[in-house]
Design a protein around this ligand. Structure first.
Ligand SMILES: [Zn+2]
Length: 286
């Protein structure tokens, strides 16, 4: 089997459509990837969340393909050159002899599909999309890509009509109520949580209102960070990786006592609770 290591056209990548592109390829090249015999009994239908749905002619073949699943996943990913597939779902029965054609539209929620259909693209938009796929050699793939681009343009128009606007960070369209897109929000959340953790590690005794004077954050972020730090410190203590500072930090997180209030005995008492669990069999000569 020749390995394509599918190259995403730059224009597609710039629109953030790589995933859809890979999905199209996995479905479109099913026959090439799995070979004539398997392809004559099965048909790749759609790819969502890394799971490829394949319809199969009958239950005997479903069982046969199920046994080959890991091998097929490996073949597809090797062909695409990316780990796009994590699982395959085989459906016996819903079988038709159509060629392997993707139908992503079927995945769209009905109201959105209707809105998309109602959108008319400008001539310039159509030309622009055509230009983007000019360099794609495979005519079937080219047609698929064109449809994908049309749909993407239509989707943008629908979103704009509904008041969507560009994300302040990356320019992707996002809902009226959000300043940033979902991906950027997740990124920001990660960054802010990591800042909260760092700051709390410096002052582990602080309660939420004290802490908030150093660094503004939500109560739930404060709690999440605190829990995270505690879990990590407890883990370190159990495996014998914690130093005195770590032990004191955990004691402060638990008691809320500052370094001035906390005595060595108090720390020992707190830490002993966690230490005992993994050191039951050893002597307690402390
Ligand atoms: Zn964004």
């Amino acid at each position: 089997m020749n390995r394509v290591g599918v190259v995403v056209p730059e224009t597609i990548a710039s629109l953030g459509l790589q995933k859809k592109y890979y999905a199209q390829c996995a479905i479109l090249f099913w026959r090439t990837i799995v070979g004539e015999e398997i392809a004559s009994h099965s048909r790749a239908q759609r790819l969502a969340g890394g799971v490829l749905t394949v319809t199969v002619s009958n239950s005997v073949w479903t069982h046969h393909l199920f046994l080959l699943k890991q091998e097929l996943i490996g073949k597809i990913n090797a062909y695409i050159g990316q780990n796009v597939i994590t699982d395959i779902r085989f459906l016996a029965g819903n079988w038709s002899k159509e060629t392997n054609e993707e139908n992503t539209e079927a995945n769209e929620p009905a109201p959105l599909y209707a809105k998309l259909k109602a959108i008319r693209l400008e001539k310039t938009e159509v030309m622009e999309a055509r230009k983007m796929v000019e360099g794609v050699a495979d005519p079937v793939l080219q047609k698929k890509l064109l449809t994908m681009l049309y749909k993407n343009t239509a989707l943008k128009k629908v979103r704009k009509k509904e008041g969507w606007h560009e994300c302040r960070d990356c320019g992707v369209l996002c809902p009226p109520a959000e300043l940033y897109c979902a991906a950027c929000l997740i990124e920001q959340k990660k960054e802010s949580l990591s800042a909260v953790r760092k700051m709390l590690r410096q002052a582990p005794w602080q309660n939420y209102s004290e802490f908030n004077q150093n660094l503004l954050c939500s109560f739930s972020d404060y709690l999440t960070a605190k829990q995270y730090l505690m879990n990590n410190l407890i883990q370190d203590i159990r495996i014998g990786q914690a130093n005195e500072n770590d032990e004191a930090a955990l004691a402060m997180l638990i008691t809320g006592l500052s370094p001035l209030e906390l005595t060595d005995d108090m720390i020992k008492n707190q830490i002993a609770k966690f230490r005992r669990k993994s050191h039951v069999s050893t002597s307690r000569s402390r």
